[in-house]
Design a protein around this ligand. Structure first.
Ligand code: C2O
Ligand code: CU
Ligand code: CU
Length: 888
C-alpha cells in the first residue's frame, strides 16, 4: 500500500510551547493565568506553522510518450545525462491552513535533495500560472525515467493528461524566480525570500491563483539534475515542507484540534472541526495544544503512534501527522550480525570425487530459506536446494561434467509455469521465453567451448536439461556459475541462481602454503530488499539498476563469523546485480590481496580497501592473529550506489562481522611470491577495438544502456583464433560499467581520462597502468566514467559466439550485452594470423594430433569445414590456395 492512498492531514506544528510553561499556567487561578498569559504572549502574536504539500509531480521532457510520476517518491529538476529537462511542481494549500486576512511575514520552502551526479547547481522556484495535476503514475527504481502518464497527471505537454495542454510545453510560470538556492550534495535545502512570502500572501488572499511553484534546475548545464524527495516518501521530515510565519488579524485564534496540533481559525470554524477554541488573538504558541501524533516505525519492526519529536528520539521513522500504523507500512528493519555466516556446501558428484574428474547433477530448485532470524522464510532459487548454490571443486586439466536440470517446481511439486518475479517484456529477448522461468547456466571466467558457455538464447524451461563438459584447461582461479537467460538474467540471479566454481592445482595446493581447509572461505556478496512477509522486493518494470537495502553474505543478511587467531583466505565475489562495494575493516587494518578474477597475483599486495564491481572477485588474506580474543571487527562497505556517484549516497555500510576467538589458527607467513603473471605485450595485438558505452533512448522503456549503440544480434567483432587484441571501453556516461568478456582472461593495460566535446573525445591525461591489485588475470574490469579502459586478451583454443557485456545485470539484460565470434583463418594452422608455407608443418601436426572440430589448429586445417582432416580434401585445398594465392 502506498502512503498516498491514505488521507493525511497536511498541517504540522513545528514549534510547541515549552511544556513547563503551560503546566505553571494551569496551576494558577484562572484570573492570574490570564494576566500571565497576556503578559507572555502580548496579545496577538505572529505564529509559525509548517505545512506539507497538497500535490507534487514532475514535468519530464521526453522525445517519446508522455511521462509523469504522480505518486512517485521523487521529483526532479535540471537536465539529465542525455540533456532532457526535468521540472518539479509542488503546491501547498495555504487558505486551508492560515486564517483569511492574516499577514504573511515570511515563508521558507524546504526540500531534501536525495541524489545527483553533479556538484553545486542553482535551483530556483517560480509561481506556476495555471492548474496542473497529480495522477496515479509511479516510476520505479531511481525514477529518473518517469512512468507512462496516468489520467490527470501533469506532463511536459499536458496540465492534465490526456486532456488539457499547457499553453507552452514545459509549463507556464512567472518570469522571475521567487527564490534561488544552490543545491550541492544530499541534504535539506531551503528557499526563502520576500518574494516567496509575497507569493504565499497572494495565494492566501486569492486562493484561485494558487498553483504552487515550479522548481527549475540549471538548464544551461548538462547534466545538472537534482532529485528531491516528494510528499510520498515515508519519512515525513524529508517531504517538501513550507514554513510560514504570519500574524493573524484578530478575527481568529488558536484552535486545538482533536488528535493534537493547533490551527488558527474562528470559533465557528473550530467548532466545525470539533476542536476547542482558545479565543481570538491567542496564538498557537500560547494555546499550547497537545502536539499531534502519527505512525512511528520504531526499530526493529514495531509501529506506534507517537509525536514526531518522540519518534525521532527513539530513532524511528515518522510517517506524518495522523498517519496510521497500517501493517506493512513500515520498511523492513533488521538487526545486523545476529546470524552465523553459512558456508555453501561442496557439491557432491554422482561419479568421481570433488576436486577431481567428476560428474555432477545440478538441479535448479525453488525453496523457502530463512535469510535472517527475524525475517519470515523467503522464496529463493538455488541448486540442489541450496542458495547460494553448492561450490564445485575442480582441478586444472581434469574435466568436469555437469548435468544442469531446470527443476523449478512449486510447493505441490508441479513444474513452474510462471516466473517468481514479474517479467517486464521490454528487455531484449525477455519475450523469447514468455513467463515460464527459463534458465541457462554460464561458468563465469571459464575457458570453455562455445557449445557449453551457456548461450543466452538457449535458455530452457522447467523440465528440460543440458549436459556441459568443462575442460578446466586453465589457470586455477575463483570462478563462479550463474544464470544467463536472455532478458531475464537479472531476475534469475536475483532469485538466487549463482554459486562458486573453484579451480585448483598442485602448485597452489601443495607448494604455496596458503590458508586452506577451514581457513579458506568463499564469500559471495549480494544485496537484496524484502517485503514485510519476507519475500524479495524487486521492481516489476525494468529499471537501470537495483540496489537492495541489505547485504547478504553466503545467503544471510549481515552475518557474523567466529574466527581463530590466525590467517584466513577469503575468496570474495561481488554477486550483486548492480551494487559496487569498497570493502575495508572497521579498525582500519590492512590485509593482502593475493588474487584477482582469473587467479593468483604474482605477489601479495597490501591493501586497506578493495573495490569490487558486480562480477569481480578478490582473493584476500586477513590476519586475525594479532588480535586479543573477543575482538570484533566489521567488514564495511563505503561505495556509493550508483557508483562512483556522490560520497555517502546509497551506501549500505555493514557487510559482516568477525569475532576473534581465543583458539589459534593458521599462523604461517604468507609466501613472498605467488604465481607469475607474464604480461601480454601490446605489440602482440593485431588490432584495437573501441567500444562506446552510453545510455540512449529506447522505445519500450524510454531508455536503455548500449555498447556502440548496437544490439545483441549485431555481430561486428570477429577475432581470429590464435590472435591477440586490445579492447578499449570508452565510458561516455557518469557511472561505472563492469565490462566482462566470456572465453578469455585478459590483462588491464591502462586507463586514460577524457572529456566529451560534443561527441568528440579529448583525452585529458596520460594512460595510467592499473594498480598492483588489478595487475593480474581478469575477466571483468571496472570501466569508470569518462575514462578509456584498455584490456588485452588472447583468443585461444575455441571458435564460436561468446557474450561480452556490462555485468550490472540490469544493463546486461537491456541492451548492454553483445557477442563476439571467434573464427579461424582457414589454412593458418600455426595460428599466427597469416597463411603461408610455415603452416604446412602445422597441418601435418594437426592431422596427427586430431582434436575436436572447431578448435585450435584443427579448425584452421579443416579447410572444407568437414569436421575431419584428410590429405585428399583439406591438404589439397590448402596447397591449391597457397599456389593460387587465394588463401583467405
Ligand atoms: Cu558473469 Cu556473461 O557473465
Ligand atoms: Cu562470464
Ligand atoms: Cu553498465
Amino acid at each position: 500500500m502506498r502512503l498516498a492512498d491514505r488521507a493525511r492531514p497536511n498541517f504540522n506544528r513545528s514549534k510547541f510551547n515549552q511544556p513547563g510553561q503551560s503546566k505553571i499556567i494551569a496551576a494558577l487561578s484562572p484570573a492570574t493565568a490570564l494576566v500571565m498569559l497576556l503578559a507572555l504572549t502580548g496579545g496577538v502574536r505572529a505564529d509559525t506553522i509548517v505545512i506539507e504539500a497538497s500535490k507534487d509531480n514532475t514535468l519530464y521532457q521526453s522525445t517519446g510518450f508522455p511521462i509523469s510520476n504522480g505518486l512517485g517518491t521523487y521529483i526532479f529538476a535540471g537536465k539529465t545525462n542525455s540533456g532532457e529537462i526535468r521540472r518539479a511542481v509542488v503546491r501547498f494549500d495555504i487558505a486551508a491552513n492560515i486564517p483569511a486576512g492574516s499577514v504573511i511575514n515570511s515563508a521558507s520552502l524546504s526540500m531534501r535533495m536525495s541524489r545527483t551526479i553533479v556538484g553545486s547547481m542553482p535551483v530556483s522556484v517560480r509561481p506556476v500560472l495555471a492548474s496542473w495535476g497529480e495522477g496515479a503514475s509511479v516510476a520505479t527504481g531511481g525514477q529518473g525515467g518517469g512512468a507512462a502518464a496516468e489520467p490527470g497527471d501533469v506532463t511536459w505537454e499536458h496540465r492534465f493528461y490526456d486532456g488539457t495542454l499547457w499553453a507552452t510545453p514545459g509549463g507556464e510560470f512567472g518570469g522571475t524566480p521567487s527564490a534561488t538556492t544552490n543545491v550541492g550534495g544530499v541534504g535539506l535545502y531551503n528557499w526563502s525570500s520576500a518574494q516567496l512570502a509575497a507569493d504565499v500572501q497572494n495565494w492566501l488572499d486569492n486562493p484561485a491563483n494558487n498553483h504552487g511553484w515550479i522548481v527549475i534546475g540549471n538548464e544551461a548545464a548538462t547534466p545538472s539534475a537534482k532529485r528531491f524527495d516528494s510528499r510520498h516518501v515515508t519519512t515525513a521530515s524529508n517531504r517538501p515542507r513550507l514554513t510560514i510565519n504570519f500574524t493573524p488579524t484578530g478575527a481568529a485564534g488558536a484552535c486545538c484540534v482533536s488528535g493534537g496540533g493547533c490551527v488558527l481559525n474562528t470559533a465557528t470554524q473550530c467548532a466545525d472541526l470539533g476542536g476547542s477554541h482558545a479565543g481570538n488573538g491567542v496564538s498557537c504558541a500560547a494555546a499550547a495544544c497537545p502536539p499531534p501524533t502519527g505512525g512511528c516505525c520504531q526499530p526493529v519492526t514495531a509501529c506506534a503512534a507517537l509525536t514526531e519529536a518522540a519518534c525521532l528520539t527513539v530513532g524511528g521513522i515518522y510517517l506524518g501527522n495522523g498517519a496510521p500504523c497500517t501493517p506493512n507500512q513500515c520498511p523492513v528493519q533488521l538487526e545486523p550480525f545476529v546470524d552465523a555466516l553459512p558456508i555453501p556446501p561442496v557439491a557432491q558428484p554422482v561419479s568421481g570425487v570433488p576436486g577431481g574428474a567428476a560428474t555432477y547433477d545440478m538441479f535448479v530448485t525453488q525453496q523457502m530459506q530463512q535469510l535472517h532470524q527475524d525475517l519470515p522464510p523467503t522464496k529463493v532459487w538455488g541448486f540442489n536446494g541450496s542458495f547460494p548454490g553448492p561450490t564445485i571443486e575442480t582441478k586444472t586439466d581434469l574435466p568436469v561434467t555437469v548435468r544442469w536440470v531446470n527443476n523449478l517446481r512449486d510447493a505441490q511439486g508441479d513444474l513452474l509455469t510462471q516466473h517468481a518475479l514479474p517479467v517486464d517484456p521490454c528487455p531484449h529477448g525477455a519475450d523469447m521465453f514468455g513467463n515460464p522461468p527459463h534458465v541457462i547456466p554460464h561458468l563465469h571466467g571459464g575457458h570453455v567451448p562455445a557449445s557449453v558457455d551457456g548461450y543466452p538464447e538457449n535458455a530452457f524451461p522447467p523440465g528440460e536439461e543440458v549436459t556441459y563438459v568443462y575442460p578446466n584447461q586453465q589457470t586455477p582461479a575463483t570462478l563462479w556459475y550463474h544464470d544467463h537467460a536472455l532478458g531475464i538474467t537479472r531476475l534469475n540471479v536475483m532469485m538466487g541462481l549463482a554459486g562458486f566454481y573453484l579451480v585448483r592445482d598442485d602448485f597452489e595446493s601443495l607448494l604455496l602454503n596458503l590458508p586452506g581447509g577451514a581457513y579458506e572461505v568463499p564469500l559471495v556478496l549480494q544485496d537484496r530488499s524484502f517485503n514485510p512477509d519476507g519475500s524479495l522486493a524487486y521492481p516489476a518494470m525494468w529499471d537501470e539498476h537495483f540496489f537492495g537495502d541489505f547485504i547478504l553474505v553466503n545467503g544471510k543478511v549481515w552475518p557474523f563469523m567466529q574466527v581463530r587467531r590466525g590467517k584466513y583466505r577469503f575468496r570474495v565475489l561481488n554477486g550483486s546485480n548492480s551494487r559496487t562495494y569498497t570493502l575495508a575493516l572497521s579498525n582500519g587494518a590492512t590485509f593482502w590481496q593475493i588474487g584477482t578474477d582469473g587467479g593468483l597475483l604474482p605477489a601479495p599486495v597490501t591493501r586497506s580497501s578493495v573495490t569490487l564491481s558486480p562480477g569481480e572477485r578478490a582473493d584476500i588474506v586477513i590476519d586475525f592473529g594479532v588480535y586479543a580474543a573477543s575482538t570484533q571487527i566489521t567488514l564495511l562497505n563505503s561505495a556509493p550506489a550508483p557508483y562512483p556517484g556522490t560520497p555517502g549516497e546509497g551506501v549500505v555500510p555493514n557487510v559482516m562481522k568477525f569475532i576473534v576467538q581465543s583458539l589459534v589458527g593458521d599462523v604461517d607467513a604468507l609466501p613472498a611470491s605467488l604465481r607469475p603473471v607474464a604480461p601480454i605485450p601490446e605489440s602482440e595485438s593485431v588490432q584495437q577495438r573501441d567500444f562506446d558505452l552510453r545510455k540512449l533512448t529506447e522505445a519500450c522503456s524510454g531508455s536503455a544502456w548500449f555498447i556502440d549503440g548496437l544490439m545483441w544480434h549485431d555481430i561486428t567483432e570477429e577475432p581470429l583464433l590464435g590472435t591477440t587484441e586490445v579492447w578499449a571501453f570508452v565510458n561516455k556516461s557518469g557511472m561505472s560499467h563492469p565490462m566482462h568478456m566470456h572465453l578469455v582472461q585478459f590483462q588491464v593495460l591502462d586507463r586514460q581520462p577524457f572529456v566529451l566535446n560534443g561527441d568528440e573525445i579529448e583525452v585529458t591525461g596520460s594512460r595510467v597502468p592499473p594498480p598492483a591489485n588489478e595487475a593480474g588475470w581478469k575477466d571483468t574490469v571496472r570501466a569508470d566514467p569518462f575514462e578509456i579502459t584498455r584490456v588485452i586478451a588472447r583468443f585461444e583454443d575455441y571458435t564460436g559466439n561468446y557474450a561480452y557485456h556490462c555485468h550490472i545485470l540490469e544493463h546486461e539484460d537491456h541492451q548492454m550485452m553483445r557477442q563476439f565470434r571467434v573464427t579461424c583463418l582457414k589454412g593458418d594452422t600455426n595460428l599466427d594470423g597469416q597463411v603461408d608455407g610455415r603452416d604446412i608443418e602445422g597441418f601435418v601436426d594437426a592431422v596427427i594430433a586430431g582434436g575436436p572440430a572447431g578448435t585450435g589448429p584443427f579448425c584452421a586445417a579443416d579447410m572444407d569445414d568437414g569436421g575431419t582432416l584428410d590429405a585428399a580434401d583439406d591438404l589439397a585445398a590448402f596447397v591449391d590456395c597457397l599456389v593460387d594465392g587465394t588463401c583467405p
